[in-house]
Design a protein around this ligand. Structure first.
Ligand code: FEO
Length: 502
């Protein structure tokens, strides 16, 4: 076979794989390529294409990190700015059987396959475990299946269905469907599967290695940010350099599903976890309790810090001036942690992360088209979408002839569980005057007192009488005395028998 024909066959097969087509023709292409490689040594003038260890790191003596960082990407999920990039984590367990745990986004498959090839070092791949089917972790699955036709896919039933939806990839003849507590022995290691629906999609599971204590935790304990050689959280200054992005990642990606995260944390508390291997960001092998505690706070919607964020929406500076005055007064009162944000200039994902951190949120908004300033309304609705709870708010409204934003902001806050408004809403007409100074000072004092008292009493907690029913398939929570006979889960379509009381 000439070099050019071999190259064409390879590209043809790879393209078929990337398109999610697992069929005899595509498999035949790769097989022919591989066999040709064996006969002639190596293609492409005999030069070794995959050298050294790629960009791999050893997690233990037989668990290898083969993930890849993307530093070109601008927007994660085409929504969230990630100036520090992002890592797509993938792992190989080398035992009597070889196991690949999750794959990567399509943007980094070149480096990924270089790593995988280097780590397997000529061995076949026996199993591919799919903990999470979202394409940032599954885009390479089709090509893995083409390259390793003997590999079995270990996943949940839901994952197999979504895989077929995204990539027209039917794995029914090579899948091992698993559920809660199922195990897979691969030699020295035994892997146990832990269902984690809605952390962050319904098909999610985690894989626990009973030998090393490694928990392959899918998106949980992940972070935005590319890895720069350093793999472990103890190799970086995580609190200083990573925590804001880890918080922003959690709150925006998984924040809505606090109940489901709490459920997984409860399960995690029953096993000896010694290593946390997420699908993004650093791996944890030390001080695991620190990051687990963060997750406990975030998922229970408990403020991480007694702190005040002041968010303003201003066009001509009057509202901004009031916000600055409030921040200065609150700080003068002795509150050390005060942060001010222009809602028009700060990406809403940053604001969501800060809202999960801070105990108190001051909102100052102009009235715009008889409503809330558009970016401020977007922020508030995003808070509601992410299920933020248990915060104290304070309000400033501005309007040159008919201020209305205060009342409208409060209407949204009233829909947030466990949230309250402290102090009297300050109303400004265009720009603050000396008459507004007293009102702003009074509001600053009310916020300060609330911070120093650990927050005002939260609004009425959810009544104990309200029963909750959790869908065993996807984790959706239905509230009511009982699940109606004709009910179908709005997420996965399951009937009432799939629900159990929480
Ligand atoms: Fe990193 Fe939910 O995918």
């Amino acid at each position: 076979m000439s070099k050019e024909i071999a190259r064409r066959d390879f590209l043809k097969a790879a393209a078929a794989g990337a398109a999610g087509f697992v069929a005899a023709g595509a498999l035949g292409g790769v097989t022919a390529f591989a066999e040709e490689g064996k006969e002639t040594g190596l293609p492409f003038d005999g030069k070794k294409k995959f050298a050294g260890i790629g960009s791999c790191r050893m997690v233990t003596d037989d668990i290898v990190y083969i993930g890849v960082s993307d530093r070109r990407i601008q927007l994660f999920e085409n929504v969230y700015p990630i100036p520090r990039g992002v890592a797509y984590n993938s792992y190989v367990i080398l035992d009597e059987k070889t196991v690949l745990v999750d794959t990567v986004d399509r943007s980094v498959t070149g480096q990924f396959f270089e790593n995988l090839t280097a780590v397997l070092d000529g061995r076949d791949l026996d199993y591919l475990i799919v903990n999470h089917m979202e394409p940032d972790h599954s885009s390479a699955i089709s090509e893995v299946l083409v390259r390793y036709p003997n590999a079995k896919v270990v996943c949940t039933l839901t994952a197999s269905l979504i895989l077929n939806q995204f990539f027209a990839c039917d794995i029914s003849d090579r899948s091992i469907l698993v559920g809660e507590g199922d195990t897979l022995n691969i030699g020295r290691h035994t892997l146990a599967f832990v269902m984690a629906p809605m952390v962050h999609w319904p098909e999610v599971m985690m894989t626990y290695d009973t030998v090393s204590g490694a928990l392959f935790s899918a998106d949980a304990f992940g972070s935005f940010g590319a890895l720069n050689g350093n793999l472990f959280a103890d190799e970086v200054d995580f609190e200083k350099d990573w925590l804001p992005d880890a918080r922003r990642y959690y709150c925006n990606i998984v924040g809505k599903y606090g109940k489901q995260v709490q459920d997984v944390l409860a399960k995690a508390g029953t096993v000896d976890i010694r290593i946390l291997c997420p699908t993004h960001g650093p791996v944890w092998r030390e001080n695991l309790g620190w990051i687990i505690e963060k997750y406990s706070l975030w998922s229970s919607y408990t403020p991480e810090e007694e702190a005040v964020m002041v968010v303003y929406g201003s066009v001509y500076g009057g509202t901004e001036s009031a916000a600055n005055s409030l921040a200065a007064q609150i700080s003068q009162n002795g509150v050390a942690d005060v942060a001010v944000y222009d809602v028009s200039k700060t990406h809403v994902s940053e604001l969501i992360g800060e809202a999960f951190r801070c105990s108190h949120i001051v909102l100052a908004s102009i009235t715009y088209n008889m409503g809330i300033f558009t970016p401020m309304k977007n922020f508030l609705l995003d808070l509601e979408a992410h299920n933020l709870q248990n915060r104290c708010f304070a309000l400033v409204e501005n309007g040159s002839w008919s201020p209305a934003s205060g009342k409208l902001m409060k209407e949204i806050i009233d829909r947030l569980q466990g949230c309250s408004v402290v102090g009297e809403t300050v109303t400004i007409m265009s720009s603050p005057d000396s008459g507004d100074a007293d009102a702003l000072k009074a509001l600053a004092d009310a916020v300060t007192a609330s911070v120093q008292n650990g927050g005002e009493p939260a609004a009425e907690p959810e009544t104990a009488e309200t029963k909750k029913w959790v869908c065993k398939i996807c984790g959706y929570v239905y509230e009511g005395d009982e699940v109606p006979e004709d009910y179908t889960c709005p997420i996965c379509g399951a009937g009432p028998t799939a629900f159990e009381e929480a």
